[in-house]
Design a protein around this ligand. Sequence first.
Ligand code: XMP
Length: 512
Amino acid sequence: KILILDFGSQYTQLIARRVREAHVYCELHPFDMAFEAIVAFAPSGIILSGGPKSVYEEGAPAVAEALFELGVPVLGICYGMQLMSRHFGGTVVPAGKREFGHAELLAQGEPGPLFDGFFQNGKSPVWMSHGDHVSLVPEGFEVVAGTDNAPVCAIQNQARRLYAVQFHPEVNHTPRGELLLDTFVRKICGCTGRWTPGQIIEDAVERIRTQVGSDRVILGLSGGVDSSVAAALIHRAIGDQLTCVFVDNGLLRLCEGDQVMATFAENMGVKVIRVDAEERFLSALAGVSDPEKKRKIIGGLFVDIFEEESNRLKDANYLAQGTIYPDVIESAGAKTGKAQNIKSHHNVGGLPDYMKLQLLEPLRELFKDEVRAIGEELGLPRPMVWRHPFPGPGLGVRILGEVKKEYCDILRQADAIYIEELYASGHYDKISQAFAVFLPVKSVGVMGDGRTYEYVVALRAVETKDFMTAGWYPMPYEDLARISSRIINEVKGINRVTYDISSKPPATIEWE
Ligand code: XMP
């Protein structure tokens, strides 16, 4: 396994993903991880990430120096390269100008095994993002490659298996970067690619059994990818010791509740308690139009109901959650106070501390693509595994202002037609998230010979990698035309459809 030490680069998560894509297990930890903890982790190799600081600044982030004496291969990237260079007596200086973007790397001499296949005709396109560079190569190291701008861009000490690169092999803009990281973890560090979906499941099943023993586990099933995969995985491990609680809050998509029951209860034989709580949610939401208040009410009521159900299952002592690795990394980041609260986003699964249940989080180490891969391997239906994200408060934040049952029913129908058409036209998998929004305003229309005065639906579709920024999806006119006329013809109560052409920022993905 590989240890990645994070110096705060925006790309660090990508390093971890590339390593996992090479089917090698890795973990990401802050740069100041204690040396004893590093030794206990027993990595086969270490990667030092990039970061925004300068190594020569007062109080610059540093690693336990003994790390370089462990005898395991180390790859320094950007800041990691500068740190390694300085540690071994090299010099790092501010570059004349910040280098950001594409550059051509030129090999010098024999590149050696790490760079096997990385250069073609002595060149390789790379992505740079740095303000400092190495000016004096540390003793024992040889220069592998440079650019016109920075003559020292890749160095190595092959005898000690220490390597460092100034460019970013983890980003897609470095076309052969994936190969370089793959070579590092497999050939240089000798990791075998055993981190495959089948193996992940086997390991997880083993661990769940050991952790839970003969105890009982309760899980809040939402129908989303993460909780669904967690349920399937835990069920594979401990069968009937797992009970899922599925709260139908009346704010779900068309037939969603029935689909969840069909998949889990009927097909897989998972114990699922379906709580029909539409009435309770809608009456709690009556008269409330502020988005954050709605979120709090929906989240709070979910906790109340979940608690009532779990009190009924007196002997449950584990609470399972579909927490995934990016959630873990993000909440570690949130502790440093970087994140600003634009919307109170957290899934509605958070439970109060006094519920004295131990946590079971079998997906804690997995990225979304890995979760999806094991979901498919566990036999969950493809559409469920590849479904767009759906917010915890559901249609509650897709009906602007006050939520009413009438609005929910109209929106559900419009949304179902939209999504059905996106599947049929092949757009669904190219879009990161698509949904309809109910606007509680009426406009005038004409149908047949009569005047109509009805509500408006807005369609949203966005493309994004991280959901932090997003662009609107350029839907072809003919598809929009078909979707719009189907919605207006088939959904009673709608006489106008609009398409949202706002990017994030400044708009958010959801309308509330
Ligand atoms: P925004 O609207 O902030 O959304 O651009 C970014 C992503 O987060 C989802 N989202 C939520 N998810 N509870 C959730 O579980 C929420 O209250 C919530 N609000 C937004 C949104 O669907 C998108 O994927």
